[in-house]
Design a protein around this ligand. Sequence first.
Ligand code: IPE
Ligand code: IPE
Ligand code: MG
Length: 244
Amino acid sequence: MTAQATIPSHVCIIMDGNGRWAKKRLMPRGFGHRKGVEATRRSVEFFASVGVRHLTLFAFSSENWSRPNEEVSSLMELFMLSLQKYTGELHDKGIRIRFVGDKLLFSEALQQQIRDTENKTRENSRMSLNIAANYGGRWDIVNAARLLAQQVADEELSPEQIDDQTFRRALSLGDGPDPDLFIRTGGEQRISNFLLWQLAYAEFYFCDRLWPDFSNDDMQVALDEYSRRQRRYGKTSEQVEISG
Ligand code: IPE
Ligand code: IPE
Ligand code: MG
């Protein structure tokens, strides 16, 4: 039994359930996404306040482009508005904002806003907020492979030097720790092409609550559950208990 609370250094979340939240209220899906932004703001504040150093949020997957055009464009508009509205506030709270994913498919205006937000908050060190947008775990792995192949072609790297560590550094988030706790709201129990490599030893926590309803209490329950897990990394329980 672990009695002491252990705060994960890196939490990642699949913020799912906005559409169903709106549907239950006979409202358009966009209404759920707008409510979802409020839940996002609450979660950033909560995890920063308990001392989580890295928070990675899945905002838009590479597969989400297949949604109806109207929904995709309203999501793009919402990203833009949310960045304009909250960058200053997050900056004042010492939060660094970064985007992970292929930004090239976004409009030039949104790419510029992303650059502005990243540049403004670059020096902040209280918490890193990583927003995964047009992100896919497979894209990330293919991208890293391409990067390393280019370095080999340029003779900056030999194939033998490619190991776990060089590979992880070539991936998104490679300069920080892997996620300790993975949370998915909305009831589905799947990864949906989120961080595939980086989740190798994360603790998984699935919850039925729809994202706009995900409250501070729900976040605390997830943290409590995380505290009760024993992370063994292939060892036996006894070995882990001895080394603490
Ligand atoms: C998650 O909520 C937000 C995005 C994928 C952008 P959904 O829009 O997937 O909500 P559900 O799963 O349809 O309820
Ligand atoms: C995953 O949710 C992506 C985000 C939350 C951004 P989806 O709603 O797109 O996942 P699937 O389609 O149910 O697997
Ligand atoms: Mg969904």
